[in-house]
Design a protein around this ligand. Structure first.
Ligand code: SF4
Length: 176
């Protein structure tokens, strides 16, 4: 569906959404493994297994609707019963779901929250897996990581180096 642009016109799930990507891949077939299941095996399955194995009743996740992005738009409200699959025994609660940026600021002030250096010193706007190769700003994150966390920089390059290189080449190809 992705490769043949079979999703509806203009959908970001079509390869044509990223101009020149298909042409680049045809001219430069990747020589390393690429998968869309990194999140599934590194995060989702691990968390779901833990919740099920220990028969937890409630899964609490700190996601806000106003963050935007795929994760927040996947949910309609702060609560749903019994997970998404029938074998799950737990409900899902997102206590921060309706918090706006202004609520966040008020909360910070009231509880005198100390934020991570990632935000206060390194200048990152949001954090997740360090330098995720799927991240839009991974090159900026790499720059920051190299400067402030040099050992982590070596680690992420060991894991995702090929992917960074390939993505950079894709972008350069599109600029030609
Ligand atoms: S590195 Fe990126 S794709 Fe992999 S688990 Fe983290 S967020 Fe998901």
């Amino acid at each position: 569906m992705w490769w043949c642009n079979k999703y509806k016109k203009g959908s970001k799930f079509n390869i044509s959404y990223n101009k020149w990507l298909k042409e680049f891949i045809i001219e430069n077939p990747p020589e390393f493994k690429i998968s869309n299941t990194c999140c599934k095996y590194a995060k989702k399955d691990v968390a779901h297994k833990l919740l099920s194995d220990f028969e937890y009743d409630l899964n609490i996740v700190g996601i806000r609707k106003s963050e935007g992005g795929a994760r927040s738009s996947a949910y309609k409200s702060c609560f749903d019963e019994n997970g998404k699959s029938k074998k799950n025994t737990y409900d899902n609660y997102r206590p921060l779901f309706w918090y706006k940026n202004s609520d966040k600021e008020e909360y910070d002030k009231h509880y005198e929250i100390t934020h991570s250096l990632c935000y206060t010193e390194y200048g990152l706007k949001r954090t997740g897996c360090c330098c995720c190769p799927y991240g839009r700003d991974f090159e900026y994150e790499l720059k920051i990581t190299k400067e402030y966390e040099p050992k982590l920089f070596i680690a992420v390059n060991n894991i995702f180096g090929d992917s960074y290189e390939y993505t950079k080449n894709t972008k350069n190809f599109a600029k030609r």
